[in-house]
Design a protein. Structure first.
Length: 487
């Protein structure tokens, strides 16, 4: 797979989202596993303590039964009992410790159930950990033959075994915790890969990327819940987690572009229908006129034929422009790129215009500039600017075409001394079917598509258009195209 450059915007946003989510989710998984281990350790401690108490109580019960059978051990036997970890001695002084509640006395023998118990913990000053363990003992008192005995059980060996087991368990838990950091990160990256891809796709759409139908189908499947009737639906960025806000904003931006495109398409279809309705109505009107009485009236017959021819020509031109824009929108128009001199093309267009229009004065100011472009499309865009200047410039006024080199761009400018454009209308002149003055456009036969076509041609070649206009003074429209390097 080809690696994307690190300065790619879509790569940066995907990388940022991935790192943020991986860090946050991995930390949550780590803390959750840590909490689980802590709870498990607490449970083990409680179970161990309960088991240890049960064992000592069992030992106390066994000793009590032996006392009933054989009596107290002799002095020599006391030494042997020390080896087993417990000893029996006469109780001196008042018994100390706690008594079990009556509700908990039923599992124990009658001799020990109601007696006192205590746990001895050594003074920790100056003692090592293992020395502290030696001093831990469990004490219980019992009665035998009218005497009170103290049973002491040392827990050193048992506690050593328990501490060793807990050490192994804690070591294994630490290994699992630190291992989960790396294994969890890999799992999260794998899980978040679809979100990363969606973020890249949405961000690339926002910066004007070109996608194959298959890629768009994949994206459409991920956003299946949003359709043409729900294009106003947006992901609430404020309610989104921080690490997904960039993704949500990218998707919302993409939806804005799709929504605008959808509305533009609907408006385009509506305007196209309106534009076609007018010539069709005119043709239908004259056809009805001829059907009624125009067949015998030569004047009416000629007027109808001329009107039908004019409207047919206008409608043909409109349909051709619509087809041109449709092919452009579908990205099915292939450019025939060649290197040529823009100034020569401008002079050719000016010469052709002077042959068919004698009502205006024409002038030119050209500098040799080469470009790499589709010559026929650039010529079409130039003719559109010249035609607009002809339509909106009074007879006898001047129209000038110029070509110059402007810092790596070739500038082709058409300037007239016409009626100009209102300041509020200048930003809209490139919209399809827009007319600054509807009545004048009808009179000149304009469809409102010419400048849209010129703009599409210019942008398709990596350029842009500049407009400067003053009412009753004139208009200057420039096409800026990247100039070709020297051959």
């Amino acid at each position: 797979m080809k690696n994307e450059p690190l300065n790619n915007p879509s790569h940066r946003i995907g990388h940022k989202i991935r790192l943020s989510l991986v860090w946050k989710l991995n930390l949550r998984l780590f803390l959750r596993l840590l909490a689980f281990f802590l709870a498990l350790d607490v449970a083990l401690c409680l179970v161990t303590a309960a088991g240890l108490i049960a064992r000592t109580e069992h030992t106390v019960t066994t000793v009590a039964e032996r006392l009933n059978q054989t009596g107290p051990p002799s002095v020599d036997a006391e030494d042997w009992l020390e080896v087993t970890g417990y000893r029996v001695a006469l109780q001196t002084g008042e018994p100390r410790g706690f008594q079990l509640p009556k509700a908990l006395q039923f599992p124990f023998s009658e001799q020990t159930a109601s007696r006192r118990r205590s746990i001895d913990l050594p003074n920790s000053e100056g003692l090592t950990f293992w020395e502290k363990l030696e001093g831990v003992s469990y004490n219980a008192t019992l009665d035998h033959s009218g005497r009170s005995y103290l049973i002491t059980i040392r827990l050193q060996e048992t506690l050593r075994i328990i501490v060793g087991m807990y050490t192994v368990i804690l070591f294994l838990q630490l290994l699992m915790l630190f291992g989960s950091i790396f294994s969890g990160a890999r799992t999260i990256r794998k899980t978040l890969r679809p979100i990363d891809e969606l973020a890249r796709t949405a961000q690339t759409l926002n910066i004007g990327g070109v996608f194959t139908p298959e890629q768009l189908d994949v994206l459409a499947g991920k956003l299946d819940g949003i359709n043409a009737t729900k294009l106003d639906t947006r992901i609430p960025v404020d309610d989104t987690q921080n690490e997904l806000k960039t993704l949500a904003a990218a998707i919302n931006g993409m939806l804005d572009r799709i929504n605008e495109s959808y509305r533009s398409q609907a408006r385009f279809v509506s305007d196209a229908s309106h534009e076609l309705r007018t010539p069709i109505s005119v043709i239908q009107g004259y056809a009805n006129l001829l059907d009624r009485w125009g067949k015998k009236d030569e004047k009416t017959l000629q007027e109808s034929i001329d009107a039908i021819k004019d409207e047919t020509a206008n409608m043909k031109g409109l349909v051709e422009q619509l087809l041109f824009l449709a092919r452009g929108d579908n990205n099915t128009m292939a450019l025939q790129i060649e290197r040529f001199e823009l100034s020569e093309l401008a002079v050719d267009v000016l010469r052709e215009t002077q042959m068919i229009d004698g009502g205006h004065d024409y002038d030119s100011s050209v500098t040799p500039v080469f470009i790499n472009a589709d010559k026929s499309l650039i010529k079409q865009a130039t003719r559109i600017l010249i035609d607009n200047a002809m339509k909106y410039t009074p007879s006898g006024k001047r129209i000038t075409i110029s070509v110059s080199d402007a810092q790596g761009f070739a500038r082709l400018t058409v300037q007239d001394e016409g009626i100009g454009i209102a300041p509020e209308a200048v930003p809209q002149i490139f919209e399809r079917f827009f007319r600054a003055d509807e009545s004048r456009a009808r009179a000149t036969g304009g469809t409102g598509l010419g400048l849209s076509i010129a703009k599409w041609i210019t942008e398709r070649h990596g350029g842009h258009m500049d407009v400067l206009s003053r009412q009753d003074i004139g208009t200057r429209i420039s096409i800026m195209l990247p100039s070709a390097p020297d051959a």
